[in-house]
Design a protein around this ligand. Structure first.
Ligand SMILES: [Zn+2]
Length: 409
């Protein structure tokens, strides 16, 4: 028996996608008029479902399940990247709405309800995961005062558009027992495997380095090859070594990227005198991240023994966040009950669950992204997969509510 109303789920997702609509996608950047309209729309939907809805002064929208002492929190974010897709974030929020709405309709006394949340600015137009960090009291007022959009608009000024001075909505540890977030995969793995449900084991840790090299600029026509101090070649050799050795050093899900290389002075007839490149790598396992870092630092030191000097500076170290095992198992069991063998996989992208997971047990479910496309208007998921994902989430939530009610979790 269906636990949710599939037609209503799809209709609400389509209606929300109409707010800030841009071709087949959506442009609903945090605190834009479209973002604020979407948040008011969501509050209306929550109230119609019987949830007590409220928006706070950063724009987090929270729908409280009536007559429940404790709750499972389900949600995601309704802001998008510029020229984004219709499902990134919105899917998880409307799933939460539908799961809570269907649970209320089904009735039955339960002291464990389903609260629903739409966090603000997960995409970081001003401050990444602003809403979930505010909710978990994991952001300082100084950070909020300092945050600006890339066009220089201060976050504080943008927040004034909410016309909401009310207190922030904070996580209530007495009430909220755990957090579940469904999301599109935003990558091609589920589709390539022909599978329909991903169970997220954790959100990967990220390490970023700026690797600089100092050599000597010389005439590229008159300086013999053996006498050059070519900073560009040194960086390319290091990049090749990373590409050759990371597969052996990393784990099966390790990913890395050299996203930017700059050489100076940057002319065809001048040997590069200095340069730098950025290296980022991600993995769920901290010891794998350590191993990769030690490798890079050793190769940088080795490359510095000649006439060139290289140095690596860490610019970001974000630790991995593990998802709670019992929540992953609950999602996997619900998928199996729907005849789907789930894929256990790390999330290579950041999500609000990364923040929540540091403060309470958190779990994530993925549905496939067609062609792996995301953060673009081309982002899409089949309606059948959207409905299945919500059914699986609803089944997992139902089981967890039962278990929490009887104290067996
Ligand atoms: Zn997202």
């Amino acid at each position: 028996m269906a636990l949710i109303n599939a037609a209503r789920l799809i209709a609400d997702l389509r209606e929300l996608a109409g707010i800030g609509k841009l071709g087949t996608g959506v442009d609903r950047v945090a605190l834009s008029p479209a973002d604020i309209e979407a948040r008011h729309w969501l509050m209306g939907r929550m109230r119609a479902a019987g949830l007590a809805a409220r928006m706070d002064s950063v724009g987090n929208v929270y729908g409280r399940y009536p007559d429940a002492e404790r709750a499972i929190l389900v949600g995601s974010h309704t802001d998008t990247v510029p020229q984004g897709g219709w499902l990134d974030g919105a899917l998880g929020v409307v799933y939460g709405l539908e799961v809570a709405r269907a649970a209320l309709e089904a009735g039955g006394a339960s002291r464990v309800g389903v609260d629903v949340v739409a966090f603000q600015d997960e995409e970081g137009s001003f401050l990444p995961c602003l809403g979930s960090r505010s909710f978990c009291e994991d952001v300082t007022e100084a950070e909020i005062r300092a945050a600006k959009s890339k066009d220089g608009l201060p976050l504080i000024e943008a927040l004034a558009a909410l016309r909401n001075e009310g207190p922030r909505i904070r996580r209530d540890p007495q009430r909220v027992l755990c957090y579940l977030e469904a999301h599109i995969e935003q990558g091609p793995r589920l589709e390539a495997l022909g599978r329909r449900i991903g169970v997220v084991t954790g959100l990967v840790g990220i390490r970023r380095f700026r690797i600089g090299c100092r050599g000597q600029a010389d005439h590229a026509g008159t300086t013999p090859m053996a006498m050059r101090k070519d900073a560009g070649m040194a960086l390319f050799r290091l990049a090749t070594r990373i590409a050759d050795e990371f597969p052996g050093l990393g784990g099966p899900d390790t990913v890395w990227n050299i996203g930017n290389v700059a050489l100076r002075p940057g002319a065809a007839n001048v040997v590069p005198g200095d340069g730098e490149m950025t290296l980022e790598f991600r993995d769920i396992d901290p010891s794998t991240l350590d191993r990769l870092e030690q490798g890079v630092l050793a190769w940088v030191a080795e490359a510095s023994r000649g006439p060139l000097s290289l140095h690596a500076e860490a610019t970001a170290r974000i630790p991995p966040t593990r998802m709670a095992e019992h929540l992953a198992q609950a999602i996997a069991a619900a998928a199996a009950a729907h005849g789907e063998e789930p894929v256990f996989m790390p999330s290579g992208a950041g999500h609000d669950a990364m923040v929540l997971g540091r403060f309470m047990p958190a779990g994530m479910l993925f549905v496939p992204s067609i062609g792996g496309r995301s953060h673009d208007v081309a982002e899409d998921t089949s309606e059948a997969d959207i409905v299945l994902g919500c059914e699986v989430l609803a089944a997992a939530v139902a089981k967890l509510r039962q278990a929490l009610e009887t104290g067996s979790v």
